[in-house]
Design a protein around this ligand. Structure first.
Ligand code: GDP
Ligand code: ZN
Length: 461
């Protein structure tokens, strides 16, 4: 069996499955393939002017009409993939598109045309230098974005701003390293090296720029990954009510995970452009009841995965009980170090007067009182600065590469500050720093990681 090659001509339905006004079938391959395909599919005299829309009939093997629509030809290299591309825009019904796809495959089969794998068009764009790796990833992030903030940040990565920042730092690192290696080759000049090349000043500037990039990327990962907020508290303190209240204010996409009231229920909401996953947990209370104790075990698990724990308390103390306190302590023990816990007093519409702690927030899930302040506090805890114009939609992979690169950079900075800097070690740390940066844009990324990245794309992209 033949193994798929990056040079095979490929085809896929590029638009979403389901019904729509327009559906697009996209082919990519060498120019000779696309030209031959056009002649076979439309007739030997057909000649499509590059990048012009042509209205054409799409016919099956017997010459009967399947549909009519637009044909667009993008000759290499000015196309999405960098190869020659042909797009057929038909009506967007699933059956008509399948018929058209089948016909296209028939026509191209003898020239090796096959169905595209997930992400294969974008992979070719990367292999042909149309996009670097972080831009290619931004294509998928843009498609998957669930908030406006995420869309804007993905667009900025896609147009290369993130890559440019990474390159700018990488270039400075290379320059400094080149200076150092020159000295290593001509050791008699070593004494003046640090002064004459302003190595320390250069190093400080690189570290500054790097820290800014890192911060912008961390902000972006809040946008991309979202934040998990787990609601805990005794039964009847108003967890479900608060969940509904928060969801009602600015719903992005509501994903109700099926379950009973004793299960945890998840809701995805958007506050200030940030996606928050709210997890409502079963009431926290010691119990002999089997179903309920499963609920409690799930609560404990949910708490372990929380970015923020929201502890809800009934301000009228109606629902507090000793057992509840005990198990709540257990919950709090499970909260990982560094995960903030926000204490919120609910039902303040019932006229409770005493606030046990000035840092606690008082709300009423019923009337909406205090909800805005609560949302503000949540964003504060997340560390979200709401500056989308300077945020990069970084992936976990980027953050890891950045922090490894940063470690090498800090070691190098440390060496440069020695009275007699160990130049060979310094040069080596700079080299390692640059190698990690290269992983982000795909210059030094191993093949298996590339494969993994593109296989997570949807088909037709
Ligand atoms: P859960 O068990 O923690 O999910 O609590 P629920 O959300 O189911 O609420 C328990 C009861 O408290 C319900 O009767 C709610 O209507 C009521 N409740 C919830 N929040 C408030 C509030 O802010 N004020 C008042 N007066 N009642 C509330
Ligand atoms: Zn509930």
């Amino acid at each position: 069996m033949a193994i798929n090659s990056d040079r095979d001509p490929i085809v896929a339905i590029a638009t979403a499955s389901g019904r729509g006004g327009v559906g697009i079938i996209r082919l990519s391959g060498e120019d000779s393939f696309i030209k031959t395909f056009i002649e076979k599919f439309f007739g030997p005299t057909e000649c499509l002017k590059p990048r012009y829309a042509h209205y054409r009939p799409f016919k099956d093997e017997c010459g009967s009409l399947i549909d009519e629509g637009l044909a667009l030809y993008f000759p290499t290299p000015r196309s999405y993939t960098g190869e020659s591309v042909l797009e057929l825009q038909a009506h967007g019904g699933p059956v008509v598109l399948q018929m058209l796809l089948r016909r296209v495959l028939e026509v191209g089969r003898s020239s090796g045309l096959r169905l595209a794998e997930p992400g294969e068009f974008t992979k070719r764009a990367f292999l042909n230098g149309r996009l670097d790796l972080s831009q290619a990833e931004a294509v998928a992030d843009l498609i998957d974005a669930t908030t406006e903030g995420a869309v804007r940040a993905a667009s900025r990565s896609l147009n290369g701003e993130f890559s440019d920042s990474v390159h700018e730092i990488g270039d400075q690192v290379i320059e400094l390293r080149a200076l150092i290696e020159a000295i290593l080759d001509f050791p008699e000049e070593e004494i003046d090296f640090i002064q004459s090349t302003q190595a320390r000043e250069r190093m400080h500037k690189i570290v500054d720029d790097f820290e800014r990039l890192k911060h912008q990327s961390q902000q972006g990962s809040i946008l991309r990954e979202g934040v998990t907020v787990v609601l805990v508290g005794s039964p009847n303190v108003g967890k479900s009510s608060l969940m509904n209240r928060l969801s009602g204010t600015e719903v992005a996409i509501v994903t109700d995970v099926a379950g009973t009231t004793r299960d945890k229920i998840e809701n995805e909401i958007s506050i200030g452009g940030v996606a928050l996953r709210l997890v409502d947990t079963a009431g926290v209370r010691e119990t002999q009841d089997k179903v309920e104790s499963i609920g409690i075990e799930r609560t404990l698990q949910a708490v372990e995965n929380a970015d923020i724990v929201l502890h809800l308390i009934d301000s009228t103390h109606q629902s507090s009980d000793e057992e509840g306190q005990k198990i709540l302590e257990k919950v709090m023990q499970r909260v990982s170090a560094g995960v903030p816990v926000l204490h919120v007093l609910n039902k303040c519409d019932l006229g409770s007067t005493s606030i046990p702690n000035p840092n606690w927030i008082t709300i009423s899930a019923k009337t909406g009182m205090g909800i805005e302040a609560l949302e503000k506090k949540l964003l504060e805890l997340v560390g979200w600065e709401n500056k989308p114009e300077s945020t990069f939609l970084a992936r976990q992979r980027h953050l890891e590469a950045l922090s490894k690169a940063y470690e090498h950079l800090k070691l190098a900075e440390n060496f440069v500050n020695y009275p007699e800097p160990p130049l060979d070690l310094l040069a080596e740390e700079l080299r390692l720093c640059n190698e990690e940066l290269g992983q982000i844009v795909g210059e030094t990324t191993p093949d298996d990681i590339l494969g993994m990245i593109f296989s997570r794309f949807c088909i037709g992209k």
